[in-house]
Design a protein around this ligand. Structure first.
Ligand SMILES: *Cc1c(COP(=O)(O)O)cnc(C)c1O
Length: 346
């Protein structure tokens, strides 16, 4: 049997309610569930969020939007962050998918094919990734205002550092541009942006990773639990190496457990020789390189021989892992891969 990933939908719902409570009552809280809800399963996640009152769902691609349409009731909104795609002309119309238009070219394609449906625009306030540039927007303001404009979006580059001056600068850029859209709804903050302060909230917030526990805040709960089964235990004698490339040599006799989980299961090779698995609260150091399907850990100090060790849980959250791997919690989630058997806790 493949190892199990337990996805705690109760905690997911609590996280949404907490994020919702951080902004004023009249401000809507949406949910970003692109990439199959950060790998955790968009159907189950979307249904759970619907139950607590979420009505605006953001995904990256049209295909993701089409899948969501199948499971959500009609009075939801599904936003496609990567913009309008005329290859899906019929789906956009039939399912009322709302494209986030990011450029003049994308705008003309939308107008040509779909102009009676709802749409959003994103303005580039500093990331230089997607969105209308300030100077080019001027030419299109009147055209855009005649369309069914649902929302004006901006996206922050540095919200993870609330005091960074880029935030205030980008907030001001956003404010300067939205003067042109006084009667339309606006959205700026993703997960980290919500925590900067309520000047960043506008009419709708767009948390993604925080819903899944991927932000350090004492009220954000862990959503993912993974325990890996021990396949065998053995001893490592003084001077013996372990794993591919023999990157670890033991100076003393050690007891080693080999577990079913490797870099195909989100134990990135960056954790080799520096990461831990846990037996209850006791850390067990990873010894040697992590392989695709297996990991070897030191259990010399354990009083009992464990059947399983914890990879992700309250002892070691996705935030702890992103610190060790020098990445973001988003990537830790996405890297968990498809091999686990998903078990949802309702
Ligand atoms: C992914 C994304 C979000 C959500 O970001 P999190 O950091 O996961 O909260 C919000 N807005 C846009 C435009 C995004 O691409």
């Amino acid at each position: 049997m493949n190892p199990t990933i337990e996805i705690n939908l109760k905690n997911l719902k609590k996280n949404w309610l907490y994020l919702n409570a951080l902004s004023k009552k009249h401000i809507e809280t949406g949910a970003v569930i692109k990439a199959n809800a950060y790998g955790l399963g968009s159907n189950e996640v979307a249904n759970a969020l619907w139950e607590v009152g979420n009505r605006s769902f953001f995904v990256a691609t049209t295909e993701e939007g089409i899948l969501l349409n199948k499971i959500l009731p009609k009075n939801r909104k599904i936003y496609i962050l990567n913009g309008y795609d005329k290859n899906y002309k019929k789906a956009f119309i039939d399912f009322s998918l709302i494209p986030v238009i990011n450029s003049p070219l994308n705008l003309s394609s939308f107008i040509e094919n779909n102009k009676n449906n709802s749409m959003c625009i994103q303005i580039d306030i500093g990331m230089k990734r997607l969105g209308f540039q300030k100077d080019e927007l001027v030419k299109y303001i009147d055209i855009i205002k005649k369309l069914n404009l649902d929302l004006v979006l901006g996206h922050l580059t540095t919200a993870v550092k609330p005091k960074n001056i880029a935030n205030e600068k980008q907030l001001n850029n956003f404010k300067e541009i939205i003067i042109n859209f006084p009667t339309f709804r606006k959205s700026l903050a993703a997960s980290h942006g919500i925590f900067i302060n309520n000047n960043y909230h506008f009419d709708l917030t767009r948390p993604g990773v925080a819903l899944f526990g991927g932000i350090k805040d004492r009220n954000i709960l862990n959503v993912v639990n993974i325990e890996l089964p021990v396949l065998q235990t053995h001893f490592l004698d003084v001077g013996e190496g372990i794993g591919y490339g023999l990157t670890y040599f033991s100076k003393e006799k050690k007891k080693v457990a080999t577990l079913a989980g490797g870099y195909a299961d989100g134990l990135t090779r960056n954790f080799s020789n520096i990461g831990f698995l846990y037996h209850k609260k006791i850390p067990c150091p990873i010894l040697g390189r992590i392989s695709m399907d297996l990991v070897t850990v030191d259990i010399t100090h354990l009083k009992e021989e464990p059947k399983k060790l914890t990879f992700i849980g309250n002892e070691q959250t996705i935030n702890d892992l992103s610190d060790i791997a020098n990445t973001v919690s988003h990537e830790i989630l996405i890297n968990l891969g498809n091999r686990y058997t998903k078990q949802y806790l309702n």
